[in-house]
Write a protein that binds this ligand. Structure first.
Ligand SMILES: Cc1cc2nc3c(=O)[nH]c(=O)nc-3n(C[C@H](O)[C@H](O)[C@H](O)COP(=O)(O)OP(=O)(O)OC[C@H]3O[C@@H](n4cnc5c(N)ncnc54)[C@H](O)[C@@H]3O)c2cc1C
Length: 477
């Protein structure tokens, strides 16, 4: 509890906060986690947002990076209740003619499904799949690592061009549409660098493992991390929202699972002016508008493969998706938004009463937009799954403004902890050899606003804690 002596305090219990706390506690230091909300988990929470018996993932739902996280894979999370459930189809992408492209766990099956693009897909992805096991630890850290320079150079050659340019590798509209849906996870216009990197990593993660959900909801990830942390002697206090450093008991290191804007509010007075200025220049990107539905029966997708995928990308062809992302980025509400939809009931019957399902869908909107996208999102679902509207039993909506009110880390509705373009991928939260450490003694960042960025994988928290350990600050008397 607060008041006792802890070597380190972690503010925030998202996956990165818990990863940092576990890393320090495992190294033999006493750690206190302080969480502002009444429950732990940050972006992994699962709640009854609509009707009793319906368990909705408030934020993250599908965990390709969680399943291959080098940090998570060192933990006995299965013994603390985490079970990954893998769909037969990682992601599906329907078109207006009733067909769909699909990403499978198998590279060969994915390629075969792409028809004349079979060879092009093999050429593009095979070297990535071969190199990734060696490159992954470096790619998921502050620096890509130069121990495999040739592999890294080839990876960069594929990853760095904008997704729209990479799309020219493929001949058909379905393949280009599938590719655009993957790249749009970057929350950047598809004309920008880094969009190919994100699309490629997501496709590679499917071929290296799959795109699983956690049985019972994403909170099983947060709960497993918290249970393991407690089992090794850690302490968690919820309902403790930190507004200032003065709120905290004494500790040698404080790790913040927050973004630069919040750290400025909490600890600005302790930071040098130059660093404050750099943090203030940190950029946040587009927001999201999300709907959680409780529905009767499966989503009536016309393309059968969509009924086997937990993740379905709705937005038609590459041009339409590119327009949607460019609009949201430049401050306009997209008329025909690219919608990311998940239906975890495809593999997890525990989420809803028998015969019913939880489904979420979100689209990207301008930063801080309060615009209601319910009609536009439901129109997109109905376009590929006629009859969907009739299956809705209840819904809960969150605009970009609501997102930030729910979790202050989602500044303006940005769920990525800040823009992750080519510059800010390496300059999270500032350009530095030691991005996790601030100039103020004992104050560190550990959130997704540090490398390697957004997603539930815990690598930001792990690296932040490693930095603290290397700095030796906890051992000093
Ligand atoms: C709608 C949505 C869908 C997503 N889908 C996916 C997905 O499918 N797969 C995926 O991998 N990722 C997804 N993400 C992203 C993922 O959830 C985040 O990248 C991840 O949770 C970031 O982890 P974090 O620990 O850095 O921060 P968070 O998870 O945001 O945790 C921060 C924690 O700190 C607490 N906190 C903040 N300020 C304070 C304070 N001052 N005092 C005390 N506590 C504080 C917050 O309450 C929160 O619990 C999604 C996010 C959203 C919102």
């Amino acid at each position: 509890m607060a008041g006792e002596a802890y070597k380190a305090i972690v503010v925030g219990s998202g996956p990165n906060g818990l990863a940092a706390a576990i890393t320090l506690q495992r190294a033999g230091h006493s750690v206190l986690v302080l969480e502002g909300m009444d429950t732990i988990g940050g972006g992994t929470r699962t709640q009854a947002l609509t009707l009793p018996g319906f368990h909705h993932d408030v934020c993250s739902a599908v965990h390709p990076m969680g399943a291959i996280s080098p940090f998570f894979n060192t933990l006995p999370l299965d013994r603390h209740g985490l079970e990954w459930l893998y769909p037969e189809v990682s992601a599906a992408h329907p078109f207006d003619d009733g067909t769909a492209a699909a990403l499978y766990p198998s590279l060969a099956q994915t390629a075969r499904g792409l028809g004349v693009d079979e060879k092009a897909y093999h050429r593009f992805m095979e070297p990535v799949i071969k190199a990734l096991p060696q490159l992954l630890p470096g790619l998921l850290s502050a620096f890509p690592g130069f121990s495999h320079p040739f592999l890294l150079a080839d990876f960069a050659r594929r990853a760095l061009p904008p997704a729209l340019r990479t799309a020219r590798r493929f001949a058909t509209e379905p393949t280009r549409g599938l590719w655009a849906g993957m790249a749009a996870h970057a929350m950047l216009p598809l004309e920008k660098s880094m969009t190919s990197a994100i699309g490629m990593m997501l496709m590679a993660a499917s071929h290296l493992g799959g795109w699983p959900v956690a049985r019972g909801g994403s909170i099983s990830i947060g709960n497993a991390l918290a249970a393991y942390f407690l089992s090794i002697g850690g302490t968690i206090q919820t309902g403790f929202f930190v507004k200032s450093l003065a709120d905290l008991p004494p500790a040698k290191a404080i790790l913040f699972d927050v973004t630069p804007r919040q750290l400025l509010e909490i600890a600005g007075a302790s930071l040098p002016a130059g660093y404050r200025k750099r943090l203030a220049a940190y950029r946040y990107g587009m927001g999201v508008f999300k709907i959680d539905w409780a529905v009767e029966g499966p989503v009536p997708f016309r393309a059968p493969v969509c009924r086997k995928a937990v993740t379905v990308h709705l937005g038609g062809g590459i041009r339409e998706i590119a327009r949607s992302e460019s609009a949201a980025w430049s401050g306009q509400v997209p008329e025909s938004p690219f919608v990311l939809l998940t239906q975890p009931g495809v593999v997890d019957s525990s989420r809803a009463p028998a015969g019913k399902q939880v489904v979420w869908g979100y689209c990207h909107v301008p930063h801080s937009s309060g615009h209601d996208m319910t009609e536009a999102i439901e129109r997109q679902v109905e376009r590929f799954a006629p009859g969907f509207r009739d299956s809705i039993l209840a819904k809960s909506v969150m605009s970009a403004v609501d997102m930030q009110a729910y979790n202050p880390n989602y500044v303006g509705g940005d769920i990525n902890g800040g823009v992750q373009d080519i510059f800010q991928h390496f300059a999270r939260p500032v350009l530095s050899f030691s991005p996790y450490r601030t100039p103020a003694k004992g104050i560190y960042f550990c959130s997704s606003s540090t490398p390697p960025g957004g997603g539930v994988h815990g690598m930001c928290g792990f690296h932040a804690a490693e930095r603290v350990l290397k700095d030796g600050i906890l051992d000093r008397v």
